[in-house]
Structure formats: structure tokens, C-alpha cells
Design a protein around this ligand. Structure first.
Ligand code: 5RP
Length: 251
């Protein structure tokens, strides 16, 4: 059994982990094949563990097409990914109009509304989603949902100005999220800090409110001190989900 292996033996990936990675790859590769076209010159690159497969497929399109393209990152991770893949890096202040942005998601509902911000990148992710003519979501089957909050139970990520976090927490509780909490770093020594120098609150709301994500988004975004909300409503043109059995779901 695995537990009898000597500690120096590298861990064998579980079947589930391999299946999930293959599901992410299938979603990402198919989305690139369909939406990142030779005429696209300004391309947004999202964050998370599915996005490296997006970049992998874009690199495979070849240096001839990629030499004339600029890639815009949604955060530190995707910036490093663009640089290490030897693609040309730009920023959204230089290129406020993007041909296509491809990004991951924490959960996607039946109307293609998404929860994002599991990696605390949702402010930049939303700017790049809005800036794009086409915004495409790629994910594995675990993100495919009917109602937001059923699969991603941590709550809606809310980026807040650090000095205002306690007030925003109180207001989120009054809005219907009594378990809203400040997201802490791994060692719990302090709050995580976003690429923009802000804090993140995770706010779980009851299903009744999650069924109308646009109204909830408007209410949370109105709270003074909130910088951005990890609810992306009416933004995605399509979502690609790799499934456990090797098939693909496109919505
Ligand atoms: C980061 C995000 C990510 O896109 C989201 O967490 C999905 O990540 P993964 O592809 O690892 O599941 O919103 O803020």
C-alpha cells in the first residue's frame, strides 16, 4: 500500500488528481482552439491552476503567430507564466481593449454567472473580463453548477480596502452573511493581501440570495470600502468544462 512506501519514494499521483488535471487541460485546449484565433493580437490571461494549460496551448500555436501578440495578466501568477513562456507581456493600462480573455472560475451557474476570487485575483480578473471582446471560462467538472454556492461553499470573495474591513464585515453580516470572515494567510499570522494591497472577505450567502447573483452583486458592491466582488454576472460568452470521463461540456 502507499503507506508502506519508504518516505523517499516520490508520491504517486492519485487517479482523481490525474483525472482533474486532464479535465482542466481538455477545457483549456479546446477553448484556445476555438477562441484564440490568428487575428487576435491582445490576449488576456487569467489566474489559477487551469490557466497554465491555456498558455501551454497558445504557445503550441507557434512563435510565428505569437511574436505579434501581447499578453495581459490578471495577477502575479499569470505575469510569471507569460514571462516564463517567453510571450510578450503588456498591461491593461496600455491595452484597455482586449480581443479575448480566458480565465478559470470557482463555480459557474446555469446562466454562466461565476464565482471568482478563490486566488484573490478577482479585481484584475474582472477588469480583463470587461475589457475583452470575448470572455471565456475554462474549468474542470467540479465547477459546473446549477446555483452558485452549491459547490463553492467558502462564500463570495469580496476585496476590501484594509482600513474598512471591519465595517464591511458588519455590513455583509447585515446583508445576510453572518459567517462572513476575513481571509487569513496559511499560517494565520495575518490577512492575505491581494496584488492591489487589499484584504479579502469570504461571504457565504443563503441559496435564496445566490439564486439572484446580479442583485446580490449590486448590493455588495454598494458597500463603501468594497473594491470588487467575486461575482461575474452576464459576462461569459461560453464556459468549457472537462469531465471526469474525458468528455467535454460546453455551455
Ligand atoms: C483566482 C480565480 C481562479 O480563476 C479560480 O480560483 C479558479 O482556479 P482553478 O483553475 O485553480 O480552479 O478566480 O482569483
Amino acid at each position: 500500500s502507499l503507506s508502506e512506501r519508504p518516505p523517499t519514494t516520490p508520491a504517486v499521483p492519485t487517479v482523481a488528481a490525474t483525472v482533474i488535471e486532464e479535465a482542466k487541460r481538455l477545457a483549456a485546449w479546446t477553448a484556445v482552439d476555438r477562441h484564440v484565433l490568428p487575428e487576435h493580437k491582445i490576449i488576456g490571461i487569467g489566474s489559477g491552476s487551469t490557466v497554465p494549460y491555456v498558455v501551454e496551448r497558445i504557445v503550441a500555436q507557434g512563435s510565428e503567430v505569437n511574436k505579434d501578440r501581447i499578453f495581459i495578466p490578471t495577477g502575479f501568477q499569470s505575469k510569471e507564466l507569460i514571462i516564463s513562456s517567453k510571450l510578450h507581456l503588456g498591461d491593461v493600462d496600455q491595452y484597455p481593449t482586449i480581443d479575448v480573455t480566458i480565465d478559470g472560475a470557482d463555480e459557474v451557474d446555469s446562466d454562466l454567472n461565476c464565482i471568482k476570487g478563490g486566488g484573490a485575483c478577482h479585481l484584475r480578473e474582472k477588469v480583463l473580463a470587461e475589457a475583452a471582446d470575448t470572455w471565456i471560462v475554462v474549468a474542470d467538472y467540479r465547477k459546473n453548477s446549477q446555483v452558485l454556492g452549491r459547490n463553492w461553499t467558502h462564500g463570495i470573495p469580496v476585496e476590501v480596502a484594509p482600513f474598512a474591513y471591519a465595517k464591511v464585515l458588519l455590513n455583509l453580516q447585515l446583508l445576510g452573511s453572518p459567517k462572513a470572515t476575513l481571509r487569513m494567510g496559511k499560517a494565520k499570522a495575518g490577512p492575505i493581501v491581494t496584488d492591489n494591497g487589499n484584504f479579502v472577505i469570504d461571504a457565504p450567502f443563503p441559496e435564496e440570495q445566490m439564486k439572484d447573483p446580479y442583485t446580490l452583486l449590486a448590493r455588495v458592491k454598494m458597500l463603501t470600502g468594497v473594491v470588487e466582488v467575486g461575482l461575474f454576472c452576464h459576462m461569459a460568452k461560453a464556459a468549457y468544462f472537462g469531465n471526469q470521463d474525458g468528455s467535454l461540456t460546453i455551455r
